[in-house]
Design a protein around this ligand. Structure first.
Ligand SMILES: CC(C)(COP(=O)(O)OP(=O)(O)OC[C@H]1O[C@@H](n2cnc3c(N)ncnc32)[C@H](O)[C@@H]1OP(=O)(O)O)[C@@H](O)C(=O)NCCC(=O)NCCS
Length: 177
């Protein structure tokens, strides 16, 4: 047995043991993943602008410009979404034209407040999701989504309004009593 050993937990807490007995416990200040599994700080540490009271359930796939991503207050994002903020197709095209050295195929991804983003959604560069929207699991979002709408599919398209979805869920909840 080692005289001293350290154990670092994903929530940033570190325990130090002496002959296997915990003698010290402290916060390393590197907290990334909350004890409840919230990855909001994990995103902030990488440069994503995350609003207040957001719930980010699991790791997300980030581009080389995470600071181009903004998430509004009270938004929930399920696991495994992909945020794209640039387009690599230039690589295949550059030898076919004389010059497009001034072209920047970059775009911000902005998500409004009070949204729910299903798992494994892909956001293309430049899209804005309004406030109070729902994006269905596995969708590929290629266009802006107006406030209060539910979109899903590849490419993502209008399914219903968030208000109608809420009414439907309320009805289901009442019938399950
Ligand atoms: C988007 C969502 C909220 C819609 O819920 P809903 O309105 O009850 O959905 P419905 O089953 O009534 O489907 C309505 C239509 O949308 C389509 N649809 C629903 N979800 C879809 C999705 N993720 N991708 C593509 N189409 C979808 C349905 O096929 C249906 O189409 P139709 O009218 O042509 O038959 C839900 O389907 C969803 O994707 N939830 C996210 C789940 C998730 O990611 N959970 C993570 C754990 S936190």
């Amino acid at each position: 047995m080692k005289l001293f050993h350290r154990k670092l937990f994903p929530n940033g807490r570190e325990h130090i043991y002496f002959l296997g007995i915990k003698i010290f416990s402290h916060d390393t200040g590197k907290t990334e993943i909350g004890p409840d599994g919230n990855y909001d700080q994990w995103l902030r540490n990488r440069g994503v602008k995350v609003g207040k009271n957001c719930h980010i359930w699991g790791q997300q796939n980030l581009p080389s410009e995470p600071y181009f991503i903004e998430i509004g207050d009270n938004t929930m994002i399920a696991f495994g979404c992909t945020f794209l903020t640039h387009d690599g197709s230039i690589n295949a095209c550059e030898k076919l034209v004389t010059d497009f050295s001034n072209l920047r195929k970059l775009g911000r991804v902005t998500i409004g407040t009070d949204c729910f983003i299903g798992c494994q959604v892909i956001f293309l560069p430049g899209v804005t999701i309004g406030n109070n929207c729902v994006i269905g699991a596995g969708s590929v979002v290629t266009k802006n989504v107006p406030d209060g709408e539910v979109w899903a599919g590849n490419p993502a398209h209008f399914i219903t309004t968030t208000k109608k979805l809420a009414k439907k869920l309320e009805k289901q909840s009442n019938s399950e009593e």
